[in-house]
Design a protein around this ligand. Structure first.
Ligand code: GLU
Length: 433
């Protein structure tokens, strides 16, 4: 199934540095060229429609004022309102947010939901902020980006270090400022205030579904399959739990604080309880019989059937790709593999299920939440999960088929499918004026 990338492509990739936006532009150029799309159209798709930088003054608990920087990028509304999460992290940069917004456009297109792409971020370390500071930061950021967002314009959601509580504040602030209920302005809220049942688990569930699908194509199932997971947040921990419950053996996990390894399989429910109670929600300090500590990076090199990078972008690079032993990678994070690493992995026969397909479960259920908010009609969790499974399976089948037909890897196939859909929408709408 794995096909070699052409020599010219490999050469073109040599020049790229690990800047996520450069990565995104290169991916669009490669997939677009393969599709035969004209360079001017590719330039339209490479460039975000709108970029907003805001300054966010926050009254800190000690009485001083601290000014944070935030962004909201609307990459494309060609297929529908922009959609994508908000990240709170000290390493947030505008180029990162631009790339993440672009990947959202491709993600929504590859799973064929009627939404475009956007992303937001605040440069901050949320773990250093008190609850009150975090709330004031969130509410002021909401006020600052409010002129550009809305249920038919741009709909934020959770991402790295943001959660339902932050989305609730976001919705409440928009409601207060607009003077009418604004449930559909943001997704990932708690169920009591308009959230979709199953949204919190959706990205991890999607990762599990895709892992099951890819194994099925190879004539295998989850039972007994060994897995390593990098990142133990909303995506990694839920994916690990659902895989564990389905009979897979999660032998390694890691987060920023370090890694854990047990060749007989880790007790994932116990580890999740431990993390929920630890102050920074990290695996640091966990111990159990048969469990040894490994470094954060070592988890990537474990001898497992499936590796799931579910942390940040740029983790698998030309520096470490040759040390990866897993024959299958399912990307829970956005952009975890650099284009240079992709070439190395492909040469080694590693099957990579790309981010825009593998982690689309979150935005799919966000789409369901938005639909429910607009209709004021709420589904049970079973309905959400079965529709999620349907959409993920359809997308996986489409991508797999295209990869076979065009003799390209799954990343290129997913990007080609997505780009084709975005380009068609732009062509049909025309360029204004
Ligand atoms: N932050 C998630 C992602 O990267 C979810 C976005 C959303 O639900 O809009 O896909």
């Amino acid at each position: 199934m794995v096909h070699k990338q052409e020599g010219t492509v490999a050469q073109a990739l040599q020049a790229i540095e690990v800047n996520p936006y450069e990565m995104f532009k290169t991916q669009v150029r490669l997939a677009g060229t393969k599709l035969g799309l004209p360079p001017d159209l590719l330039e339209v798709i490479q460039t975000p429609e709108r970029v907003l930088e805001v300054s966010i003054p926050v009254r800190m608990d000690d009485g001083s004022i601290r000014v944070f920087t935030g962004y909201r990028v609307q990459h494309s509304s060609a297929r529908g309102p922009c959609k994508g999460g908000i990240r709170y992290h000290p390493a947030v940069t505008l180029d990162e947010v631009k790339a993440l917004a672009g990947w959202m456009t491709l993600k929504c297109a590859v799973v064929d939901i009627p939404l475009g792409g956007g992303k937001g971020g605040i440069v901050c370390d949320p773990f250093e902020l008190s609850e009150g500071e975090l709330e004031r930061l969130t509410r002021r950021y909401t006020a600052m980006i409010l002129p550009l967002i809305g249920p038919w314009r741009d709909i934020p959601a959770p991402d790295v270090n943001t959660n339902s509580r932050i989305m609730n504040w976001f919705m409440d602030t928009a409601t207060a400022l607009r003077g009418e209920p604004m449930y559909a302005i943001v997704t990932g809220k708690d169920v009591a205030v308009g959230g979709a049942r199953g949204r919190r688990e959706a990205t991890g569930r999607g990762v599990m579904i895709i892992t099951r699908e890819v194994l099925a194509r190879l004539g295998r199932d989850l039972r007994g399959t060994t897995v390593a997971v990098q990142g133990f947040g909303n995506v990694g921990s839920v994916a690990a739990l659902l895989l564990h419950q389905a009979g897979a053996k999660v032998v390694g996990v890691a987060d920023v604080s370090g890694g854990l390894y047990n060749p007989n399989g880790l007790n994932i429910p116990e580890l999740i309880d431990y993390v929920a109670q630890s102050p920074k929600h990290l695996i640091d300090g966990y111990s159990a019989p048969g469990v040894s500590s490994i470094s954060r990076e070592e988890v990537l090199f474990l001898d497992v059937d499936v590796l799931i990078p579910a942390a940040l972008e740029g983790q698998i690079t030309e520096r470490n790709a040759a040390r990866i032993r897993a024959p299958i990678i399912v990307e829970g994070a956005n952009g975890p593999t650099t284009p240079e690493a992709d070439v190395i992995l492909e040469e080694r026969g590693c099957l990579v299920v790309p981010d825009i397909l593998a982690n689309a479960g979150g935005v799919i259920v966000s789409y369901f939440e938005w639909v429910q908010n607009l209709q004021s009609f709420y589904w049970d969790e079973e309905e959400t999960n079965s529709r999620l499974t349907q959409l993920m399976q359809r997308a996986f089948r489409d991508v797999w088929q295209l990869a076979q037909e065009k003799k390209v890897n799954l990343r290129l196939a997913a990007q080609m499918l997505a780009l084709h859909r975005v380009a068609e929408a732009i062509r049909l709408r025309g360029i204004f004026p």
